[in-house]
Design a protein around this ligand. Structure first.
Ligand code: SF4
Length: 446
């Protein structure tokens, strides 16, 4: 069988650019694996690619603008004589569907978050010169059958999607509209994949979902998330377990207990507060108060005293006063975040908060963001400095940019650079921390 003059055995080049969260990173890996059956091999260069896919994010206006600018840059590649298929997947594709063809007339392929499994068939159609678009939403049962399987790729650390979608409808968030309702993957499938990963040399797994701690709650016969973690911890060969992202209101005491009971569970939790003010948390429809959030943090610190807490914070939410903002800063101090993703509020179509009156100027919001980030720089450096002199278990991931050094991550997800033989890659080694910076640590192999 011949496709556009290429034998199916001759490799065609696939370039994927991923925007947004780890779920998109994971989906891009799935795309690479799905497209192997059409003889596509990944390349780092869009100019040599036969198929270019932008896996998109629309969580903030900035992320969306970046995608449209990139599509603008790629237009020139479509002008040459060589045939290049240009596709858009992910959240913008789900939201826009074939309206994207109007906005970007040189686009060949649009596939939403629920159409990933159709990608090979859609690319085949695009190879025949058809323009194809799919952005249907699937029901939960169908989606449960379509969680992508692990594809034996190399690596020490892998993501494993355990659930998708979200039912929380935080007033600012587009995710429930582009990823759909919450659906949990069958635990038997998750555990089978992780066992196979362990046999293939994977040492660390990160369980992934928009709200992992509501895993299984709506699936009779399945364990809850704490139960799932306990089963993963029993798999030989897996030495480290991480998970992301958690919602504070679903952080159960049985999940908190896992931090004291499971040695393999890394001492890191990403628990987004989004604001430190009760008034704003209510307007955000987050479902917890500042006090409840801090109580969960206290319980986590009791379960694992050295736990590193990271989070997300939105600055300039409609109606945020200076007093609300100062409560966010004081929450940051109380928690002592190891790191924080912080953003200026971005109104998203379809969400409730897009209709809230917004009295703050762009400049006021930027000024608050800059104060918040300075506060976080100080907290991150202090947290890293507190590790100087300690001995940390580091999973070696690769060679550092600085020659002669390798790098890895502590259980608390801090990057450590240290001089050692790259042959240690994939091993967990003991490293003494000798110096701290804002974003990384310097260590000595013990
Ligand atoms: S929990 Fe809230 S912020 Fe997180 S994905 Fe769901 S709606 Fe969005």
């Amino acid at each position: 069988m011949v496709l556009e003059g290429l034998s199916v055995n001759s490799a065609k080049k696939l370039y994927i650019e991923t925007f947004g969260c780890q779920m998109n990173v994971n989906d891009s890996e799935t795309m690479v694996s799905l497209l192997k059956e059409l003889a596509y091999e990944p390349t780092d260069s869009p100019s040599s690619a036969d198929l270019i896919i932008l896996n998109t994010c629309c969580i903030r206006a900035k992320a969306e603008q970046k995608v449209y600018s990139e599509l603008g840059r790629l237009k020139d590649l479509k002008r040459g004589g060589r045939r290049v298929i240009l596709g858009v997947g992910g959240c913008i594709a789900q939201q826009m569907g074939d309206r994207l063809f109007k906005r970007v007339p040189y686009l060949d392929l649009v596939f939403g978050t629920h159409s990933l499994h159709l990608l090979p068939e859609m690319v085949r159609a695009a190879e025949r010169g058809e323009r194809v678009s799919r952005n249907d939403f699937l029901d939960s049962e169908t989606r449960r059958d379509l969680f992508p399987r692990w594809d034996a790729q190399s690596g020490i650390s892998r993501f494993v999607t355990v659930m998708q979608g979200c039912d929380n409808f935080c007033s600012y968030c587009i995710v429930p509209y582009v990823r759909g309702r919450e659906v949990s993957r069958r635990s038997a499938e998750i555990l089978r994949d992780i066992r196979e990963m362990a046999e293939a040399g994977v040492r660390e797994v990160t369980l992934l979902g928009q709200n992992v701690n509501s895993y299984g709650l709506k699936s009779p016969g399945e364990p809850d998330f704490a139960g799932l973690l306990r089963s993963v911890a029993e798999i030989d060969g897996i030495e480290r377990i991480r998970f992301t992202t958690s919602h504070p209101k679903d952080m159960s005491s049985s999940l908190i207990d896992c931090f004291s009971d499971l040695e393999k569970l890394c001492g890191h939790i990403h628990l987004p507060a989004q604001s430190g003010s009760d008034r704003i948390l209510e307007r955000m429809n987050r479902g917890y108060t500042r006090r409840e959030y801090l109580e969960k943090i206290a319980a986590l610190k009791q379960a694992r005293p050295d736990i590193a807490v990271t989070g997300d914070m939105i600055v300039g939410f409609p109606g945020e006063t200076e007093d609300d903002f100062s409560q966010t800063l004081s929450l940051m101090e109380e928690v002592g975040y190891a790191d924080l993703f912080s953003f200026v509020f971005s109104a998203r179509r379809e969400t409730a908060a897009a209709k809230y009156p917004d009295g703050l100027t762009r400049r006021e919001k930027e000024e608050r963001l800059s104060r918040l980030q300075k506060c976080q720089d100080r907290l991150s450096l202090a947290r890293n400095e507190s590790l100087v002199g300690t001995c940390q278990e580091v999973l070696v991931e690769g060679e550092s940019r600085r020659s002669g050094q390798i790098f890895g991550r502590t259980g608390g997800n801090r990057i450590v650079n240290f001089a050692a033989d790259p042959a240690l890659m994939g091993r967990i080694v003991s490293v003494r921390i000798v110096r701290a910076f804002r974003n990384s640590l310097l260590g000595e192999l013990l």
